[in-house]
Write a protein that binds this ligand. Structure first.
Ligand SMILES: *[C@@H]1O[C@H](CO)[C@@H](O)[C@H](O)[C@H]1NC(C)=O
Ligand SMILES: *[C@@H]1O[C@H](CO)[C@@H](O)[C@H](O)[C@H]1NC(C)=O
Ligand SMILES: *[C@@H]1O[C@H](CO)[C@@H](O)[C@H](O)[C@H]1NC(C)=O
Ligand SMILES: *[C@@H]1O[C@H](CO)[C@@H](O)[C@H](O)[C@H]1NC(C)=O
Ligand SMILES: *[C@@H]1O[C@H](CO)[C@@H](O)[C@H](O)[C@H]1NC(C)=O
Ligand SMILES: *[C@@H]1O[C@H](CO)[C@@H](O)[C@H](O)[C@H]1NC(C)=O
Ligand SMILES: *[C@@H]1O[C@H](CO)[C@@H](O)[C@H](O)[C@H]1NC(C)=O
Ligand SMILES: *[C@@H]1O[C@H](CO)[C@@H](O)[C@H](O)[C@H]1NC(C)=O
Ligand SMILES: *[C@@H]1O[C@H](CO)[C@@H](O)[C@H](O)[C@H]1NC(C)=O
Ligand SMILES: *[C@@H]1O[C@H](CO)[C@@H](O)[C@H](O)[C@H]1NC(C)=O
Ligand SMILES: *[C@@H]1O[C@H](CO)[C@@H](O)[C@H](O)[C@H]1NC(C)=O
Ligand SMILES: *[C@@H]1O[C@H](CO)[C@@H](O)[C@H](O)[C@H]1NC(C)=O
Ligand SMILES: [Cu+2]
Length: 642
């Protein structure tokens, strides 16, 4: 047999084995009580909840017909962690890789998963919508078998849960009466979409638990009374076993762990989840900080009380995880992208998030449509807009992202289309007076690991930095953003336009893709401003709010908030619903804005500033505001755990 026919026989065999998995989904609202405390509308799939697990083998095709029956919201689905090689149009990001699907319409996702295995998930990528329930797990089985032995496998999701819907929460979050950008405080932590959950186990068995944080905000600590986790994979990358008592899992991260059960079945054990309280602005008195679920050996035996870890217990630091298939540290980068994370107010008084001074603002034409319609100009990042933070990457170049966190909170960053190497992650600089950017903390002697950890979602510590590297070998339009949905809504994102010519050459957009945009009335040609004549003319593009006028100070914002509390009718509700509960609220806001009380007290022209900022400042109506006032991670009741 000739070599070529031999090869094609092998190819045929593998094609014959690949399956196509069809799903026909309708997203709609139902009233459900997930935590057993409050019923509220939740986004269901074909009337059911939770959303089904997608379970396929590597090499299989997934076809999902998604019908939007939400009535009042546009929608989309992103498949978190899936590379989407040569099919970036299936990545599900509104205004980058597709148009949203409006109510009453359907859209079909259709993609293959060629070279990935492990624990993933999918979720709406529209406006924080997945926090209302539109999310599910996505498991890709390895045709070669899992590299570690186990007897049984179980998926476990964790997330925070709000009693209010994302839309009203967003209205009060992105609001001038929340000038410090305090995120809404969740009411509970869910364990597999419920509270006080039970996991019935058999003795002397090894379980593979696929833990997936499908939340939109808080990181969680996880531990089980008298049991250990053996970590064997993170974010779809197998690792050498690492045993730990405690895990720390940010939203969007996945940990596969092995748990060996005891021989003795007389006792049940507490399966604990803890809020990362550093991420909450205030800790409401009635918040259950550590939620208890149960690992059940004997249903007739008593359920345990909550089980707390000793102070000083350390969670596993994912930086040190060693991939089972090691990949050498990539060479020195061809392209370094340095960005500073900043949270700040713009001229409308609202608190936004920035990379440098840009708060991501979606283009008028999906970036992928710009790639296809721009011809040679697709290589020039100018055409993707001045306010989208789009960066063109050359085919196969080594890219390093140096991310400096000028904020006092932690942020989990996610890169679409890749896993990256974790080259360096700086320590917490919480007690420093200001941020400590990469290269300024005297760590010149730092030696990167020879075989770095790889994952798709990585947190940066307060006022610190990280460095990640990847090879630009996946032509596509890829979002890089904070996975805290509140921060994404504030604009904490950049866009990587990877090898645009390669996209043009090897990828296409099908009719359904264009019809989806037609249904939304969105243009599918032109630059970010929708200009099809001159791709370098961005007149009319979407841009962020104007900066605060020069000379306007933070105290002006505070003054505005308090002048509002003092009198204007629409604001009185704020006082009663939220701020009234907070002791020393003025002091806390001032601390947060690095102000001294004299700044506020001596300020006699505050109304002028107010007027300059926005003549209509007092006319807005606000329905409710969260019970918190300082920005993430900067409250006084910190609990530092590392
Ligand atoms: C998908 O479900 C909808 C609503 O249940 C139905 O009308 C439609 O025919 C189904 N499509 C397919 C391809 O089965
Ligand atoms: C879980 O326990 C809490 C506290 O006892 C209770 O309020 C809640 O209803 C329970 N939830 C579920 C889903 O059982
Ligand atoms: C859905 O998209 C349409 C068209 O772009 C837009 O007018 C509308 O505001 C969007 N709806 C929501 C709830 O964002
Ligand atoms: C999915 O894509 C494949 C490959 O392009 C195509 O053959 C198939 O018809 C598509 N399926 C649907 C339902 O669109
Ligand atoms: C979590 O829920 C899924 C179904 O939604 C179930 O298959 C799985 O076994 C549950 N996990 C645990 C640990 O109970
Ligand atoms: C549990 O029981 C099995 C056989 O039933 C035995 O091989 C094993 O050593 C026991 N493990 C422990 C920790 O006692
Ligand atoms: C939650 O658990 C942590 C770790 O065990 C402990 O430090 C903290 O005090 C607990 N919180 C409460 C309210 O019990
Ligand atoms: C396990 O993790 C610890 C830090 O949490 C690290 O020091 C150690 O090198 C890791 N070992 C392996 C084999 O991953
Ligand atoms: C962001 O600002 C830094 C200086 O603070 C600069 O070095 C860097 O190039 C800027 N990044 C981008 C993407 O413009
Ligand atoms: C971030 O902080 C560093 C150190 O204080 C400062 O040099 C830099 O300008 C800040 N970046 C932005 C965009 O404000
Ligand atoms: C991109 O286009 C702008 C505007 O025409 C031009 O100034 C710039 O030099 C171009 N950049 C590259 C890399 O060609
Ligand atoms: C994309 O398709 C082209 C042409 O078939 C192929 O050469 C290339 O390797 C593919 N790229 C990826 C990342 O799979
Ligand atoms: Cu963030």
């Amino acid at each position: 047999m000739k070599l070529s026919s031999c090869l094609s026989a092998v190819f045929m065999a593998s094609v014959a084995l690949a399956e196509t998995h069809y799903y026909n989904w309708t997203a709609a609202w139902s009233n459900l009580n997930l935590d057993g405390v409050k019923e509220r509308p939740v986004i269901t799939c074909n009337g059911e909840f939770p959303w089904p697990e997608i379970r396929i083998k590597r090499g299989d095709r997934v076809v999902i017909q998604l019908h939007n029956d939400l009535g009042d919201q546009n929608t989309s689905i992103h498949f978190h962690g899936i590379f989407q090689h040569n099919q970036t149009s299936q990545d599900g990001v509104p205004m980058l890789t597709q148009c949203e699907t409006p109510p009453g319409y359907s859209y079909t996702y259709n993609f293959t998963v060629e070279d990935q295995v492990g624990s993933f998930w999918y979720h709406s990528h529209s406006k924080g919508q997945y926090m209302d329930g539109m999310r599910g797990t996505f498991i890709i089985e390895d045709p070669d078998g899992y590299p570690y032995d186990y007897d049984e496998e179980v998926t476990l999701t964790i997330s925070e849960w709000y009693h209010e819907l994302v839309t009203p929460l967003t209205q009060s979050f992105l609001n001038r009466y929340n000038p410090t950008g305090a995120e809404p405080i969740p009411q509970n932590l869910l364990w597999n979409n419920t509270m006080n959950g039970t996991w019935t186990v058999e003795p002397d068995k090894t379980y593979l638990l696929r833990i997936i944080n499908i939340g939109g905000f808080v990181s969680q600590y996880l531990w089980i009374q008298d049991h250990e986790f053996e970590v064997v994979a993170v974010d779809g990358v197998y690792v050498e076993k690492n045993v730990t008592e405690e895990l720390y899992i940010t939203v969007a991260q996945r940990y596969d762990v092995l748990i060996h059960t005891k021989n003795d079945t007389s006792t049940n054990y507490a399966f604990m989840q803890g809020f990362d309280l550093d991420m909450l602005d205030t800790t409401p008195k009635d918040l259950i900080q550590n939620a208890t679920s149960y690992m059940v050996y004997d249903e007739n035996a008593d359920m345990p009380d909550e089980y707390l870890l000793e102070d000083g217990t350390e969670y596993l630091d994912d930086f040190y995880l060693v991939p089972l298939t090691p990949e050498k540290l990539l060479p020195e980068p061809d392209h370094v992208i340095t960005v500073d994370v900043v949270m700040d107010n713009l001229g409308n008084g609202i608190n936004y998030a920035f990379f440098n001074r840009t708060s991501y603002t979606a283009p008028k034409v999906p970036a992928l449509a710009s790639v296809f319609s721009a011809g040679d100009a697709a290589d020039n990042q100018t055409i993707y807009g001045s306010n989208t933070d789009s960066i063109v990457l050359q085919k196969d170049e080594i890219v390093e992202i140096v991310l400096n966190n000028n904020d006092t909170g932690k942020h989990p960053f996610h890169l679409h289309g890749h896993v990256f190497q974790v080259v360096e992650r700086g320590p917490t600089y919480f007690d420093e007076p200001g941020p400590v950017p990469y290269g300024t903390d005297g760590s010149e002697d730092y030696v990167a690991p020879d075989y770095p950890a790889r994952r798709d979602t990585l947190y940066v510590r307060p006022q610190s930095y990280f460095r990640i590297r990847f090879k630009a070998d996946n032509p596509g339009v890829w979002f890089f953003h904070c996975h805290i949905e509140w921060h994404l809504l504030q604009g904490l994102a950049i866009v990587l336009i990877e090898d645009p010519k390669g996209i043009q050459e090897f990828q296409t957009l099908d009719d359904a893709w264009y019809e989806n945009c037609d249904a939304m009335g969105i243009q599918t040609e032109g630059n970010a401003a929708g200009n099809t004549e001159d791709y370098y003319d961005l007149k009319g593009e979407n841009v962020q709010e104007k900066e605060l006028p020069a000379g306007f100070t933070a105290r002006g914002i505070v003054a505005m908030v308090f002048s509002c509390i003092a009198g204007v009718i629409g604001c009185i509700t704020i006082f009663f619903y939220g701020m009234a509960d907070i002791p020393n609220i003025e002091q806390r806001v001032m601390d947060d804005l690095h102000m001294e009380s004299k700044d506020l007290l001596n300020d006699d022209d505050e109304d002028d500033e107010l007027d300059r900022m926005d003549p209509a400042a007092d006319s807005d109506k606000v329905d409710n505001v969260k019970e918190n006032t300082s920005s993430q991670g900067s409250s006084n009741d910190q609990k530092l755990r590392h």
